[in-house]
Design a protein around this ligand. Structure first.
Ligand code: GDP
Ligand code: IMO
Ligand code: MG
Length: 427
């Protein structure tokens, strides 16, 4: 049985939660491998409608073992609130494991995220202000505090005392804020530790055993490829890597254990936050897609910027992830559009290019070269076979498949689990 990575292929919110939920119905284990509560994954299945940000979406499939991997940055306050909300709706956490190597989001991370955004002024990234950037920065600066540190109050206090002295200097001297109290944070986090302790463990062993047993394991991505700190629109990006390559690292498995990499693409593009977006529609068409698609952030409620499907960015995403197949979501949102456009190339300083530039200055000057395709009128939400889609919708999907050069395995035509067309096995 396979290990399948489910990867955001654009700027996030592609519908990873929906696809993971659909695949989790038969999976044994779901592992989140990156990000933190900047993610917001919406799942609609027979249990109801849920928005999860930290807990793997597999928690909504009874009996599935869920792991919060070492690659995550976890806010215990947010996690416990999420768990309480889900428990109140009958969700069982018996199968949840939290890696002791994951990093903790601390109160100073959120504070500094806010200060940094304000300092950036016009150049603000539009972060979710959840402390993600400062927490991952601390991880690589070897100033992070890890989930496992919570298990020993003395170790935790020593570590916190050491780090907080430095953090308070930054808060007070650089940003003019008020110093945080060691006692307060210690007390608060000891309370979290007590509640989370039953779930915290070394997770690489249980994952390896599951794979060795032949369990079906899903690696649940967060964010999207174009928000990656290496390959995304740097510095308008997030701070942990959402790529397929990082899914092995953030779960603690070797890359050779991954059997399939499914790239999740929306049938158009959206982006929340600042940064270049070559196919963005700043006109009524953009408004129409946003309204039809209810494109507002799951985490922050911010309106998402919308635009045409960008095949240049999509090919690049395929290059850096090596998708074995792709899932195309939200095709139904395009129902009833008189015509549609796909970006097949960019024009940069008067020259046609077919590659995604690494510099945002170049990317900002790129004008999309658009190909027009006919729209379709018949609704697609109840379609369950690719060849039963309206012919124009089939042509649209075929064209995207051809431009990316990766086969479409899944077409999603609605938010609910069953509103899905399976074109081929993902493995
Ligand atoms: P994620 O972060 O990648 O999991 O995506 P989000 O959950 O943030 O955003 C995707 C939104 O689209 C959610 O509201 C989903 O319920 C919804 N969704 C997913 N697939 C489809 C689809 O095929 N059609 C429609 N109409 N909505 C979908
Ligand atoms: P899911 O998993 C969409 C964006 C933020 C901002 C940038 C940096 O739901 O697809 P951060 O708080 O991470 O430092 O913000 O990244 N961003 C997302 N956009 N979906 C997400 O997650 C995102 N996570 C971060 O809007 O532009
Ligand atoms: Mg989301």
């Amino acid at each position: 049985m396979p290990v399948i990575a489910v990867i955001g292929a654009q700027w996030g919110d592609e519908g990873k939660g929906k696809v993971v939920d659909m695949l989790a119905e038969r999976a044994d284990m779901v592992i989140r491998f990156s990000g933190g509560d900047n993610a917001g994954h919406t799942v609609i299945n027979s249990l109801g409608k849920f928005a999860v940000s930290l807990v793997p979406s597999g928690i909504l499939s009874p009996g599935t073992v869920c792991v919060m991997g070492n690659g995550m940055a976890i806010s215990p306050a947010v996690l416990l609130k999420e768990m309480d909300g889900l428990a109140g709706r009958g969700i069982d956490f018996g199968g949840l494991h939290i890696s002791d190597r994951a990093n903790l989001i601390m109160p100073y991370h959120r504070l500094i995220d806010g200060f940094e955004e304000e300092t950036r002024g016009e150049q603000a990234i539009g972060t979710t202000r959840r402390g993600i950037g400062p927490a991952f920065a601390d991880k690589v600066a070897r100033r992070g505090i890890r989930v496992g540190d919570l298990l020993d109050p003395v170790v935790f206090r020593d570590r916190l005392a050491q780090v907080l002295e430095y953090k308070n200097a930054i808060i007070t001297k650089v940003f003019g804020g008020e110093a945080l109290s060691l006692d307060d944070i210690h007390r608060e986090y000891c309370g979290y530790a007590e509640r989370l302790a039953p779930y915290i463990c070394e997770t690489t062993r249980i994952i390896a055993e599951a794979i060795d047993r032949g369990d079906e394991v899903l690696l649940e991505g967060a964010q999207g490829t174009l928000l990656d700190p290496d390959f995304g629109t740097y510095p308008f990006c997030t701070s942990s890597s959402p790529l397929a390559g990082s899914s092995a690292l953030g779960a603690g498995i070797g890359p050779r254990r991954i059997d399939a990499v499914v790239g999740i693409f929306k049938s158009y593009c959206s982006r929340v936050g600042t940064g270049p977006f070559p196919t963005e529609l700043k006109d009524e068409m953009g408004d129409l897609i946003r309204e039809r698609g209810a494109e507002f952030g799951t985490v922050t409620g911010r309106p998402r910027r919308c635009g045409w499907f960008d095949a240049v960015a999509a090919r690049f995403s395929h290059r850096v992830n090596g998708f074995s197949s792709i899932a195309l979501t939200r095709l139904d949102i395009l129902d009833g559009m008189p015509s549609l456009k796909i970006c097949t190339g960019y024009e940069l300083d008067g020259k046609a290019i077919d590659d995604f530039p690494s510099s945002i200055q170049s990317l900002e000057r790129c004008r999309p070269i658009l190909e027009e395709l006919p729209g379709w009128t018949a609704p697609t939400s109840d379609v369950r076979q690719r060849d039963a889609l309206p012919p124009e919708a089939q042509r649209y999907v075929d064209r995207i498949e051809e431009l990316i050069s990766s086969p479409v395995s899944i077409i999603s035509v609605g938010a609910a689990r069953e509103q899905t067309i399976i074109c081929r096995d993902v493995v």
